[in-house]
Design a protein around this ligand. Structure first.
Ligand code: F6P
Length: 333
């Protein structure tokens, strides 16, 4: 059960802004809703920035009311839209962004996104003093300083549901399926999906397994009477690897099908877990800005919502639990 510490509150903030940045993730809307409603409850005006940092630079900044976020907690995607903004890598551009916010009387910015989005916020605050707070929103769960990110649970549930369906057809046709899931260079989605979906093999960037070993696992299964197999493969840096692996298995005489789940994992109704996490993190972000805390991310460690300085987050490596990797391997045999 998520532990929410008593939220700090020591000063009045006239107005803050919220934006979503990077890849969308289910639950971002629940986070926007929490930011808007918590701020309004504390007499702080809220502005919504459309299309991430790009929209901010274009001045796409609109006041939001409690009613602006009605009926969105259950919706995937982000009502504020999102973007990956290359221009924000430039110092002059970040300085201009801070000026745009200040000219509107905005005193703090909540950024819902991933590591790249936090880097932009962190640099902008260091260079201009403009207060920023990050909320981790990405299906990849690859952000240091937090055990959980908004959208991860939903993406895993979507992928497990897909595997259940694929298993029906795999066992009807006695086939091997390679199912490719997202996650970029992180294997979190693959590992949890593999364990939750009962995959025969899970392949993640953090632990390489040679094709010969995958074939050994298939053969062991066949000897025990298994007629079908599911191999869950993390996309890694170059999506489409499932095709490469399937070809290698075909070359060794195994008829193999490929299913790349792709962006289906990014959409859909957020799970109750993601809605809860997003609600708690959204409120906490506002409370910390009001308490004068910034240049930090709202993280979740040992199931507790807490503030983690950006400097301990950005570029940090989050390692996949070897115990979980071992468990996945044992249960798959
Ligand atoms: O970071 C989230 C993510 O969905 C990754 O898992 C994936 O590699 C990437 O974004 C895809 O990005 P895009 O939607 O820009 O193709």
């Amino acid at each position: 059960m998520l532990q929410i510490p008593h939220l700090p509150e020591t000063r009045k903030l006239k107005a803050l802004a919220v934006l979503t940045s990077g890849g969308d993730a289910p639950g971002m809307n629940a986070a926007i809703r929490a930011v808007v409603r918590y701020a309004i409850a504390k007499d702080c005006a809220v502005y919504g920035v459309t299309k991430g940092y790009s929209g901010l630079l274009e001045g796409q900044i609109q006041p939001m009311e409690a009613s602006s976020v009605a009926n969105i907690i259950q919706r995937g995607g982000t009502i504020l839209k999102t973007d990956r903004c290359e221009a924000f890598f430039r110092k002059a551009v970040r300085r201009e962004a801070a000026h745009i916010l200040q000219r509107k009387g905005i005193e703090g910015l909540v950024v819902i996104g991933g590591d790249g989005s936090f880097t932009g916020a962190h640099l902008m605050e260091n260079e201009t003093g403009f207060p920023t707070i990050g909320i981790p929103g990405t299906i990849d769960n690859d952000i240091a300083g937090t055990e959980d990110t908004i959208g991860f649970d939903t993406a895993v549930n979507t992928a497990v549901d897909a595997i259940d369906r694929i298993r029906d057809t795999a066992s009807s046709h006695d086939r091997i399926f390679v199912v490719e899931v997202m996650g970029r260079s992180s294997g979190y989605i693959a590992l949890q999906t593999g364990i939750g979906g009962g995959a025969e093999t899970v392949l993640v960037p953090e632990r390489k397994i040679p094709v010969s070993k995958i074939c050994d696992t298939i053969e062991r299964g066949i000897r025990r009477g298994k007629t079908s197999s599911i191999i869950v493969l993390a996309e890694g840096r170059t999506p489409g690897n499932a095709q490469v692996l399937a070809q290698k298995l075909e070359d060794r005489g195994y008829a193999t099908k490929v299913c790349i789940l792709g962006h289906t994992q990014r959409g859909g109704t957020p799970t109750a877990h993601d809605r809860m996490l997003a609600s708690a993190m959204g409120a906490s972000a506002v409370a910390h800005l009001m308490a004068g805390h910034s240049n930090s991310m709202i993280g979740c460690r040992d199931n507790r919502i807490q503030l983690v300085p950006f400097k301990d987050v950005i570029g940090g490596k989050k390692t996949l639990s070897t115990a979980l990797l071992d468990l996945g391997a044992v249960l798959a045999t």
